[in-house]
Structure formats: C-alpha cells, structure tokens
Design a protein around this ligand. Structure first.
Ligand SMILES: Cc1ncc(COP(=O)(O)O)c(C=O)c1O
Length: 370
C-alpha cells in the first residue's frame, strides 16, 4: 500500500528503548544529545522583545509572496552585510526550516536516481532527505552528481570548509550542477580569530547557501530559514525562476515570524555571545576531564555545538553508549548515528547548562576511565 521510499525500520533501536523505559520509570536522564536550545535555560529568552514583537496588527494581513516578505528578506541581507557580504533581497528565499530548504533544492536539482555528493560523517538527516527525493548520496562525484553539499562548519566534526575543498567543489559542479552550503552553525566558532568563509557570495558556480533561526537565533520553534542563491548570472536567474514556482506551491512561511525577523536578527549578538560562552565553558570542562585519559580522545574542532570523542579501539561505540545509559543514565549519540563508519566515536552536545553538563561528563569519566 505504501511507497517503497517509506519502507523504514520503524522499531526504536535498543538505546532509544532503554531511554524510554528509564524515563517512564521517572529516572533522571542526563541528555548529552540535547540540541534544542529552548530546553537549556538560556537567559537570552528572558528578553521580552522576543515575544512582544509578535503582537502586531500587521500579522493580520496576508501578502502571499513565494520568496517571502520583502522586509524579512532585507533583514537577511543585513545579516550578511554585517559579515561583509552583499546579498540582494531578490536572491533570498524564505522557507519554514533549513530541512524544507534542502527539500526545495533537491526538487530543483535532482531527477530520480541522480546523486548528491556529501562528506561523511555528517548531519544524519541527509539519508532521509535523499530517500524522500529518490536521489542517492555518494562520497565521490559521478557523472549524474547534481549537487555537492557542505555543512559549513560540519556537524558533528566542527570544521569550516577549506579553500581547497571549496575550489574542488566549484570545479566539479561548474556547469553541471550546484553547490549547497548549510551554514546554520557558522556564527559559533570556538575562537574569534578563526578564518571562515561563507558561500553566500560565491559566483563561480550555482550556489545555494542555507541558514535559519533555529540555530542562528536559538528559535527552532519559530520555523524560519532561508536560501541565498548565487552564481553565474544566467544559471542564477534560471534557478530563481524555478525555485519561485516550488516555493509558491507550498507558501509555507507564516506571516508573524517574517514580520518579527528584522527585530529578532537585530538581537542576535546577545544570543550568540551567551551560546558561545556556554559552549566554551562546557568544551573546556570536557577537554580537561579527559586530559589524561588513555581511553578517550576529544577530537579537534573549530566550531559548532558538538564535540566528538574518539574511543580506544578496544571499545564498541554502541556498547559504550548503551552502558552509559544503563549504568549512568547518560545519553550520548554513538558515532554511527552521524555515519562514522570506522573506529568508535561518541558525539555530544555542549548546550546543556554547565552544572548538568559537568554532572553528565563526570559520570562518563567515572565509567570510561574508572
Ligand atoms: C547541519 C544542520 N542543518 C540544519 C539543521 C536543522 O535546521 P532547521 O531546524 O532549520 O531545519 C540542523 C539541526 O540540527 C543541523 O544540524
């Protein structure tokens, strides 16, 4: 009865099941996979301008625009201007999430069976997105490769795209496809002086640069993201015309968040500051905790909300993740979740309040190094 593309394994894996059992029992779980900032006690949510902005009579007026309201697109242009990049409102498309933006671009660029180049390990959603669009993920370019995707900086490995990687992608995609750069974590480098380059001004190859307020403003519940289209003039124009029809088919972005976007983006620096301080505090604690460990190495990284722990080769990541849940009530992602296909890794988030993070890491240290 159902489409083959939805033939997924629907039973939860043993780690998820174990967590559910413990939660039902009322056990306290230290969730080091937490990626929802609205559950992490940040003080930037106390700024009442975040919600008073939504109480506007303007929100009762509907102006359907496939790319999104001009004032919201102009706010996105200001966001890039502050980073030294010129983006024009006509090159911005608003969507309700970056996941939806990926979907629009997959629809625009791939025929069934075409391939999409990604680096692994990376963001786990790609498998589902590719299945839903009947395309295939590959790690080497093929003649049918229509899209090369970067997460810049990558989740979970935390590196910005290097100029070599960028040049290579431009070379292989020029005239035959496009580059997509997902920059939701771009504003979260671990150090100020890090060299990093957005793709939003790339004009040598058709390029889609994605970002959105779920990470940039810590407002995933507000559902607003964007695509910046850049590249050679004619390809860009053709892409924009087709994308406009895709976006017009869904008209998925609601009016209140578009009206609020200029005010919200003007408040961004406070959010980024608090988030980066927390990530710094938690990552420093993590590094210090495993400094002398023979079993665990904290992998180097430049940016993002996550850290990757490499386990001594004697360990199985799945057994360790399960044991951490079973014995310590600590929930971490095993590396395979992000497509680490060799070695043993754990991935953990840094956005929990520091006292909870310390408790969780302390429990891990006791178990792994004890
Ligand atoms: C790399 C990356 N891109 C996009 C997203 C999701 O963004 P959105 O909420 O806008 O779909 C995430 C969420 O964790 C992510 O890790």
């Amino acid at each position: 009865m159902f489409a083959k593309r939805t033939d997924w394994e629907l039973t939860p894996n043993p780690l998820t099941r174990l967590r559910e059992i413990k939660e039902r029992r009322g056990d306290k779980i230290w969730d080091l996979t937490e990626s929802n900032p609205t559950r992490c006690g940040f003080s930037f949510y106390n700024d009442k301008n975040l919600w008073t902005t939504l109480a506007s009579p303007q929100n009762l007026r509907y102006e359907a625009h496939p790319q999104g309201l001009l004032k919201a697109r102009e706010a996105v242009c200001v966001y890039y201007a502050e980073r030294g990049i010129t983006v024009l409102p006509e090159d911005v498309f608003l969507t309700s999430s970056t996941s939806e933006a990926y979907g629009f671009i997959f629809k625009l660029m791939t025929n069934p069976g075409d391939s999409i180049l990604i680096r692994r390990p990376s963001y786990p959603l790609f498998d589902l997105l590719a299945q839903l669009h009947d395309s295939e993920l590959v790690s080497e370019p093929r003649p049918d490769t229509k899209l090369a995707i970067f997460v810049n900086p990558n989740n979970p490995t935390g590196f910005y795209v290097s100029s070599q990687e960028r040049d290579h992608a431009i070379k292989i995609m020029s005239g035959k496809g496009a580059v997509l750069s997902d920059e939701v974590f771009f504003d979260f480098p671990f150090k100020n002086e890090l060299e990093r380059q957005s793709f939003a001004a790339e004009n040598k190859v058709l390029t889609f640069t994605l970002s959105g307020i779920s990470k940039v403003l810590g407002l995933p519940q507000m559902k607003l993201a964007w695509i910046v289209v850049s590249g050679p003039r004619n390809e860009k124009k053709e892409a924009a015309k087709r994308l406009e029809i895709i976006a017009d088919t869904f008209l998925s972005v609601n009016t209140p968040v578009q009206n609020a976007l200029p005010a919200w983006l003007s408040m961004q620096s406070g959010m980024v500051k608090e988030m980066r301080e927390r990530i710094h505090t938690n990552r420093s604690f993590l590094t210090e905790s495993f400094k002398n460990s023979s079993a665990v190495e904290i992998l180097n990284a430049e940016a993002g909300w996550y850290s990757v722990l490499k386990l001594d080769s004697g360990f199985s990541e799945e057994n360790i993740a399960t044991a951490l849940m079973e014995k310590c009530n600590v929930y971490v992602h095993p590396g395979y979740f992000f497509d680490y296909n060799e070695g043993a890794h754990l991935v953990l988030s840094h956005i929990l309040p520091p006292d909870e993070f310390r408790e969780a890491v302390g429990r891990m240290v006791n178990y792994l190094d004890g």
